[in-house]
Ligand binder design. Structure first.
Ligand code: SF4
Length: 637
């Protein structure tokens, strides 16, 4: 029997797998050790985690495009030689014309090698698709020196006030939600702050519904009340911070957010009375253009009442790809470029670049101006998930896509490399509570598909780079544990003998928390479309749409509108409508729902609706608006 991690969300649930002749994969719940999914239960996605592996659509051989979207099979040798010869050209002329993008579900070992390849080629243009979501939270916690209050899942159960901010945990991370329910059974107050009515809000002691994008005003109003009530020393606040806070009275917050004063006061009272509290948040917060400011403000709120914080990770290795340095502004272990000497010595390359590279949004913009000419995309369907990415890929001279299934992104590739799925290779991932866990291979990859790390080794060797001569992922993890301080305890010997996983090695930091106050808000005119996720679908559906038990049950992904707006627009259940923004349109079927507040529209994230948001990058924060946008709703006749 082997132990594995669920390949879907960032909760990092564990399961035993047994193989029998009658069925290749039998899941057994882990009940004998302390795993993230308390008592080993799994959600519908976890229970169906092997289904997509049986799909006949898997990519099995390397492919070369003879024209856009038309491919011929080629050998691995041909594919690697062709890619190496293109990359060699860029290495000579300008490596910064290359962009490397990884998904948040590749293993730590593959993520580490991916950025090592990019940096040894000569560019820091490397990023991951979780960077604009979970990555914003990680950066905010580290910038605020709040690592010591970064919670584990056990902290949820031990809290008597739990705030879920912009997170529909019951659908996006059901096994973490079980911990919340256990706390509720022990009389914990559950405060949900979310404009939507969701499965999570049904269990709330208090549910308030700020208009999308206005959360920062609500946070400031809570700080305003708490500073008065608890007589908390405001010495750490700058005068300009206190000025913003004093303007954000509960009455002002009611006007901007729509949350009644009495609810704001009640939440402040519960926070003030808490014996032990925790704030969890999800993409509802992080993916706004002011996401960083909102999260820093939540941390400020948490710091004045000594609450713990827990950002939720969307993909099973969102945390790990950040830790491994698959970002343009940090080396592995969040080391700044001042520390490049560590990697120059370890990787035996004195030429490693030190200027901050491009992130995904900037690379898309630069590709449109032809300043980025080639993309290497590993395990991410960016053509569907990122606004304007399709246009950028179409403009690029050369596109390499490494994935397990054909996607909208592989369609635009020059070379497609067939990768092993997560459960087809040994490797480690790191969950939202920063628990590093080893997963065993339970099946060989189909056809000629290979693990990501093995493909990267072949390419590194073909390019004549040093440090790509690994035969097993365990060897890569050994290198990681010597170079990434947070993974010092995660050497392969320890990790493989510890099925519960090991926690990040936290270097004690006595620096005080840096408070941060902001009043920055995105301008969203109603009607505002907000994206939502369904429990049985995942990301762009690359895996879940190939899992019959999930795809049959969660097939109808509807556009939800309020009763008031439906009446105003003259639409009813089953009507076909299009959401139109200045950046495009999205067509779907309507359902009128009491769960939606007037002036907002809920649309399913999984089928590319976020492409209509465009890619407007906020000048001050450098972040695009990817959670909500103003749009029109029109009936399709
Ligand atoms: S909660 Fe997340 S990690 Fe756990 S079983 Fe469900 S999808 Fe998998």
């Amino acid at each position: 029997m082997q132990i594995i991690t669920c390949p879907y969300c960032g909760a990092g649930c564990r399961a035993y797998v047994k193989k029998e002749l009658s069925h290749p994969f039998i899941i057994e719940y882990v009940t004998d050790i302390n795993v993230p999914n308390d008592r080993g239960k799994l959600c519908p996605k976890g229970n169906a985690m092997f289904e997509y592996l049986l799909s006949k659509e898997r990519l099995k051989t390397p492919l070369k495009a003879i024209e856009r979207g038309k491919f011929v099979k080629i050998s691995w040798k041909e594919a690697i030689n062709e890619i190496a010869s293109f990359i060699r050209g860029y290495m000579k002329d300008d490596p910064n014309r290359l962009m490397f993008i990884a998904g948040g579900k590749v293993s730590n070992e593959s993520a580490y090698l991916f950025q090592k390849l990019a940096r040894n080629i000569g560019t820091n243009n490397v990023d991951n698709t979780s960077h604009l979501c979970h990555g914003v939270s990680v950066r905010a916690i580290l910038d605020a020196n709040f690592e010591r209050n970064w919670a584990t899942y056990d902290d949820i159960e031990e809290s008597n006030v739990i705030i879920l901010w912009g997170a529909n945990l019951a659908e996006t991370a059901p096994l973490i939600f079980r911990r919340v329910l256990k706390a509720k059974n022990r009389s914990a107050k559950i405060i949900v702050i979310d404009p939507r009515k969701t499965k999570t809000t049904k269990f709330a002691s208090i549910h308030v519904r700020p208009f999308p994008g206005t959360d920062i005003v609500l946070i400031n109003a809570l700080i305003n009340l708490l500073l008065k009530r608890r007589n908390i020393k405001s010495a750490h606040f700058k005068a300009s911070d206190l000025e913003i806070i004093s303007k954000n009275t509960p009455e002002y917050a009611e006007r901007i957010t729509g949350v009644p004063v009495r609810d704001i006061e009640e939440i402040a009272r519960e926070i003030g009375l808490a014996r032990r509290g925790i704030i969890l948040w999800g993409s509802g917060i992080a993916m706004h253009s002011n996401g960083y400011d909102v999260i820093r403000s939540i941390i400020t709120l948490a710091s004045i009442v000594d609450f713990k914080v827990l950002p939720l990770a969307g993909q099973n290795n969102s945390q790990g790809v950040m830790d491994m340095g698959v970002v343009p502004n940090f080396l592995p272990g969040y080391r700044t470029y001042d520390n490049v000497y560590i990697f120059r010595e370890a990787w035996k390359n004195e030429e490693l670049p030190t200027e901050v590279g491009l992130d995904i949004p900037k690379s898309i913009k630069e590709a449109q101006k032809r300043n980025v000419s080639a993309f290497y995309v590993m395990g991410a369907n960016i053509a569907l998930s990122f606004p304007e990415a399709e246009k950028a890929l179409r403009r690029a001279e050369f596109v390499i896509v490494q994935d397990i299934f054909p996607t909208q992104t592989t369609e635009l590739a020059d070379i497609v490399l067939p990768a092993a799925a997560f459960l087809e290779s040994n490797g480690s991932t790191t969950n939202a509570e920063r628990r590093i866990q080893w997963s065993s291979r339970v099946k060989w990859p189909p056809g000629d598909a290979k693990p990501d790390w093995a493909i990267l080794c072949e390419l590194g060797n073909a390019l004549g780079l040093r440090g790509f001569d690994f035969y097993f992922p365990e060897e890569i993890l050994r290198e990681i544990s010597t170079l990434v301080p947070q993974y010092a305890n995660a050497n392969p010997r320890t990790l493989m003998r510890t099925p519960e996983g090991v926690m990040w090695n936290i270097v004690p930091d006595s620096q005080p928390t840096k408070v941060y106050v902001s009043n920055k808000m995105p301008l969203l005119e109603p009607p505002v479309m907000i994206t939502v996720r369904y429990v049985g679908q995942f990301q762009t559906g690359t895996m879940t749409k190939r899992s019959p038990p999930l795809n049959i049950r969660w097939q109808d992904l509807l556009i939800l509108v309020s009763e008031e707006d439906a009446q105003k627009w003259g639409i009813k259940d089953g009507d076909r409508v299009k959401l139109v923004s200045e950046n495009g349109k999205y067509i779907g079927t309507v359902k009128v729902s009491k769960t939606v507040i007037p002036g907002t529209i809920k649309a399913p994230w999984h089928e590319g609706v976020n492409r209509i948001m465009g890619l407007k990058i906020d000048e001050k924060t450098g972040l695009p608006q990817l959670k909500a946008c103003s749009c029109k709703l029109e009936r399709v006749e």
